[in-house]
Design a protein around this ligand. Structure first.
Ligand code: NAD
Length: 498
């Protein structure tokens, strides 16, 4: 393997060396162990990443801990931590095209998506958090002494970084997710050991190269690639890791939450979803139908907030499902490097097997196929945009997260039941409401139990807007001022003055 992979466009894609970033340098995994990396569009092996052991994770955590405790880090001016993030943003901007090509190769998503969404979002998030580093402030508090001893009591709070953060990320937006963990950790004064998904680690490794080039102090950011139950679990179990920032499946999130009890780790968990797209009868269907298609088919449905349950008021149900099935049938699947591709492959053999099985079960349980339904033949993990129709909410496909381009449409026959239908799920990540009646939209938004409600749009994320879920969709919020609470703890200082 040469480390250069030929794909159409601006030259070959360079595969970063599969090593671990520990204490400011690259290292092989213990015993030289590695995992193969596959291109999901061709199933061809394109490289290898290091498979970190618990001993490798131990070295990385010790490095992060040493750096966190060091006077140089503790005394670094907050604005200079922001400067590190800004420098990194400039380097990502400089290499955005190369990074986008690497993301498309590793994850499969269309190159126009990597270029226009993943990279700009990562750059924005670095800048956004870079700005936060110099905005940290506590509160002055007037106290209420119980005894009048002639003294005056005053208190203030300061926000202290939690310490070493363990960041664990999934494969659907690999670069964006890595930034989403690294940037707040550094902005708020923590250090971090990041474990990217074993399914898509390459842009995180390239980001590691840029982190060194940007001049981050050794140990501030460490990257350990490897398997979840091994490298990820070692991070979760390590007593010096004070917080786990996790994005991934609900099942893994639950394991992490249980394991975190031992050392009382702080956790933020961004987990799965089964988000409803709700189309009311008065919606502008020329926008709502493509909007619903985008809500579920973008990134081949591998978005935690994908609009996988389509709830449509009865008068427009047929028009909406027909229109959606037409869009699904016309979408072009293919290599992300083909400029006409709208949908790339799913990430892995395991993922396409899971999606296929859930759809087959849905059909067996009586869902009606309106478009798609079975894996495309040939190489690559291509699953077509799939629209199913089903009445009632008890089918497995209505309840389980598919994480693929599969939507189940259900008519709303009683408009008083919309919120109840939307909330009839164990998840609470997102929802969208499509209507011209903003009065109705806001009233409905207030009744939906989830982290984000979009009105006449779906899947809009912004580093300034808090993001996360209720119920089994997680704990805590990333982004916006909420992120401050996830990475810092208040310390109260109380004084007696006389
Ligand atoms: P996953 O839970 O299988 O893996 C996520 C990460 O956890 C990977 O890095 C994996 O190696 C690691 N991991 C696995 N087992 C572990 C363990 N025992 N201890 C520690 N780490 C472990 O999820 P996935 O399949 O990579 O991602 C898809 C899931 O992520 C979907 O459920 C999706 O909804 C969710 N997701 C949520 C958000 C959000 O912000 N809420 C965003 C993207 C994806």
């Amino acid at each position: 393997m040469t480390g250069l992979i030929e794909r159409p466009g601006n030259g070959a894609v360079r595969i970063p060396a599969g090593r671990l970033l520990i204490d400011g340098d690259w290292h092989e995994a213990e015993g030289g162990r590695s995992l193969p990396v596959f291109d999901p569009a061709t199933e061809e092996q394109i490289g290898a990443i290091a498979a970190a052991s618990a001993a490798d994770v131990e070295r990385a955590v010790q490095a992060a801990h040493r750096r966190f405790e060091s006077p140089a880090w503790q005394n670094m001016r907050p604005i200079d931590r922001g400067r590190l993030l800004e420098r990194l943003a400039l380097l990502v901007e400089r290499d955005a095209d190369e990074l986008a090509r690497l993301e498309t190769l590793d994850n499969g998503k269309p190159l126009w998506v990597s270029r226009n969404i993943d990279m700009p979002f990562s750059i924005d998030a670095l800048r956004y958090y870079g700005g936060w580093s110099s905005k940290l402030a506590g509160e002055y508090i007037a106290l209420n002494p119980l005894v009048d001893d002639g003294a005056t009591y005053r208190a203030y709070t300061e926000r202290r970084p939690v310490g070493v953060v363990g960041g664990i990320t999934p494969w659907n937006f690999p670069m964006g997710q890595a930034v989403q963990k690294i940037a707040p950790a550094i902005a708020f004064g923590c250090t971090i050991v990041l474990k990217p998904s074993e399914e898509a680690s390459l842009t995180t490794l390239r980001l590691g190269e840029l982190i060194l080039e940007a001049g981050f102090p050794a140990g501030a950011v460490n990257i350990v690639t490897g398997l979840g139950p091994e490298a990820g679990q070692a991070l979760v179990d390590h007593p010096l890791v004070r917080k786990i920032a996790f994005t991934g499946s609900t099942a893994t999130g639950q394991r992490i939450l249980a394991a975190s009890a031992r050392h009382m780790k702080r956790v933020s968990l961004e987990l799965g979803g089964k988000s409803p797209t709700i189309i009311l009868a008065d919606a502008d269907l020329d926008k709502a139908i493509p909007g619903a298609a985008n809500a579920i088919f973008a990134n081949s449905g591998q978005i935690c907030t994908a609009g996988s349950r389509l709830l449509v008021e009865a008068p427009v149900y047929d028009a909406v499902t027909r229109g959606l099935a037409e869009i699904a049938g016309s979408m072009r699947l293919g290599s992300g490097f083909d400029t006409s591709t709208q949908l790339g492959p799913l990430i892995s053999a395991r993922q396409i097997a899971r999606v296929s099985e859930l759809v087959a079960t849905g059909l067996a349980q009586g869902a009606e196929p309106l478009a798609g339904g079975t894996r495309l033949p040939g190489k690559g993990y291509f699953f077509p945009p799939t629209v199913l129709a089903g009445r009632g909410n008890d089918l497995a496909i209505a309840r389980e997260e598919v994480f693929g381009p599969v939507v189940l449409a259900t008519p709303i026959t009683d408009s008083r039941q919309i919120a109840a239908m939307a909330n009839d799920t164990v998840y609470g990540l997102g929802a969208s409401i499509w209507t011209r009646d903003l009065n109705r939209a806001h009233l409905l938004a207030s009744q939906i139990d989830c982290g984000t409600v979009w009105i006449n749009t779906h899947n809009v994320l912004d580093p300034a807007m808090p993001f996360g879920g209720t119920k089994l969709s997680g704990i805590g919020r990333e982004f916006g001022s909420e992120a401050l609470h996830a990475y810092t703890e208040p310390r109260a200082v109380c004084m007696r003055l006389e």
